[in-house]
Write a protein that binds this ligand. Structure first.
Ligand code: SAM
Length: 300
């Protein structure tokens, strides 16, 4: 159905199905008719042919994706939306709706089932309450996807796309860069939504890399090192790592020195290659002392 970003179309539809927005599920719907066609064009739907959408809502982006892609699979948690979606997507036979929580579903199995092993892209207006965990899940699972194009809160967009080694960076910026090349595509003001939220948004695209830009022997320890460095942002990275990873400060100092990093460095000054060298040096310190290694379980 066209016009799904027009309040004159949305309101009667919501009334007909007795649907009320759930703030808890991040349900703000777009009322700016230019955003979804732009996202559908920029996400590579036409080129790849297969799109995974998370949180179709009333189907405004889903409809645009269906015009470009061969197949769209849309995962929605709120089952109250399904009767409404069958009406708004009635003329889109290439859309499959999947009920479930995107954080809990086996996405690799879902992609294989929906797209028969072909590669896909992800495109979504994400529920903001799970932006970073969901983006990280999509990256870490090493799914057969080429890119992730998502609308997120403006501040989250800036953090996710920040270059490690710059002030705006955080642990998630380093993790994103490890797996992908990120960019902010365009900004979307709060007035483009109904009900209007208190925040502005931006659409970002993460193109997945074939291989990480740095060599890391123990990935779990690498991500643990990154998170530990940023855990106490106001402290030096030596202190933050020592406190968070429960390592002697002297051992952490030696690791920084072996990695060629100044003792007073802050996490935001460290680039991806710095974290990689630091991780290798910390592993040597840890192995020398305890023989421990990071495990996948450290990933939390
Ligand atoms: N795509 C629509 C749009 O552009 O207007 C709606 C986007 S709305 C911000 C987020 C959607 O994600 C809602 O439909 C909500 O029910 C759904 N959602 C929230 N948490 C989810 C989860 N864990 N898994 C799947 N869908 C979820």
């Amino acid at each position: 159905m066209q016009g799904l970003s027009d309040p004159r179309v949305i309101r009667p539809l919501l009334e007909k199905y007795g649907f009320h927005f759930s703030k808890a599920l991040g349900q703000n719907f777009l009322v700016d008719g230019t955003v979804c066609p732009k996202m559908a064009s920029l996400c590579g739907a036409a080129e790849t042919g297969n799109v995974l959408e998370i949180g179709p809502g009333i189907g405004v982006l889903t409809y645009e994706l269906a015009q470009k892609a061969r197949r769209v699979a849309a995962v929605e948690l709120d089952r109250r939306l399904f009767p409404l979606l069958s009406e708004t997507l009635a003329d889109c036979p290439n859309v499959r709706l999947v009920e479930g929580d995107a954080m809990k579903l086996d996405l690799a199995a879902l992609l294989a089932e929906q797209f028969g092993g072909e590669r896909a892209v992800v495109c979504a207006n994400l529920p903001y309450y799970i932006t970073s965990p969901l983006v990280m899940l999509l990256l870490e699972e090493r799914l057969s996807i080429d890119s992730i194009t998502v609308m997120v809160q403006k501040e989250a967009a800036e953090r996710l796309c920040a270059e490690p080694g710059t002030r705006a960076s955080g642990a998630v910026s380093a993790a994103v860069r490890y797996f992908a090349e990120p960019e902010i595509l365009f900004h979307v003001g709060r007035g483009s939504f109904f009900p209007a939220p208190n925040v502005d948004s931006a659409v970002i695209r993460l193109r997945l890399r074939e291989k990480p830009p740095v060599e890391v022997e123990d990935e779990a320890l690498f991500f643990r090192t990154v998170r530990a460095s940023f855990a106490q942002r106001r402290k030096t990275a030596v202190n933050s790592v020592s406190n968070t990873m429960g390592m002697e400060k002297d051992a952490v100092r030696r690791a920084f020195s072996a990695a060629g990093l100044p003792e007073n460095a802050r996490a935001e000054a460290l680039r991806l290659e710095d974290f990689a060298r630091l991780c290798a040096a910390l592993a040597l310190e840890r192995n020398g002392k305890t023989g421990e290694k990071g495990t996948a379980g450290d990933h939390q």
